[in-house]
Design a protein around this ligand. Sequence first.
Ligand SMILES: *Cc1c(COP(=O)(O)O)cnc(C)c1O
Ligand SMILES: [Zn+2]
Length: 399
Amino acid sequence: MDESRIYLTHLECSVCGKQHAANVEQHLCSCGGILLARYDLAAVASDVPRDRIAARPWYAGLWRYSELLPVAPADRVTLGEGATPLLPLDWLGQELGMDAWLKDEGLNPTGAFKARGAAVGVSRAKALGARTIALPTAGNAGAAWAAYGARAGVPVIVAMPKDAPPLTQQEVALYGARLHLVDGLISDAGRWVAEGVAREGWYDASTFKEPYRLEGKKTLGLEIAEQLGWQTPDVILYPTGGGVGLLGLWKAFAELRELGWIASDRPAPRLVAVQAAGCAPVVRAWESGADTTAFWEGAQTIAAGLRVPGPLAGALMLRVLRETRGTAIAIEDEAIAQAMSELAGHGFWVCPEGAALLPAVRRLRASNWIRAGESVVLLNTGSGLVYPDVTPPNGAVVI
Ligand SMILES: *Cc1c(COP(=O)(O)O)cnc(C)c1O
Ligand SMILES: [Zn+2]
């Protein structure tokens, strides 16, 4: 058995279905559609028994799933990402009459699940010969790509809003990436990057403008299934900005089912897109039955990672919510701040994006959208340590 074989076969447009070669740099389809990585899953299924994955050491992180990733072992750029804990929240399960779990992505390098996408994205960009990687970010993706770029020895250029979390700006600079601050939102930063890509030939690593960040984030779903004994939870709540995690979960469960690694008679988890009330284009489109998102004017929220007013994958996210019988829900900043305090009282200093999941799960249970006895995973995307400026003081008791 050749452990270094990669099973990636081609890229497929999510809109028109056209196939693209995977052995050269690719961005969007000529029709503008997002490209999805495809693997020879029949060969994986016959070469790799599921138990072989389970036997691999947990310290190998997301690379335990190497056959479902587009990177040969020699090309891996790693800082120890993935393999985060899935922890039971007994207090919440008891309160709501269900099984509740927290997948804690705050333990990743750079403190957020962006490390998964950056590890695989940078590995692949370097293998394909990228000389300068550029991306716009709301904050955390910039920090992660800067760190992995430094690890790989590939220069990185990051554009972000000047009011993005200050720590993420510091991180980008400290890792030696070039930082461009825009007086605007991630969408404005995206325009600046697109100009540089056209003018300078930078490798465009904007969300969904390269197909491999999604593959890294897909490992979230693979880990959740494995950690639950190759079972699927009924519901996964995910704080949604650009939607890479949402699509990654969807793709993970689809591939696992095709491989026969999860039971084919169990439905895929119902995916919930949780957004901030101050920037909720997916929720608004979902509620109105639209098949794509419209630009959200005046986006504002303390959950910086959710401040994505015009996601490129808007239509695809809505398709994923429909296909998984999911839903979308928006949470106000006051409720997010309160949830940060409450979760800290249970030992978790989570990011505001992750904190939004707590009021969301309570509301969905109260409306019986989540039914008694169901198993529910809250996907906390990052650590609160990255957000000292928005963490509520919580009335320190000094004795
Ligand atoms: C980026 C980010 C999100 C949103 O992730 P998408 O994949 O863009 O939907 C959520 N939480 C945190 C902490 C983030 O950094
Ligand atoms: Zn296409």
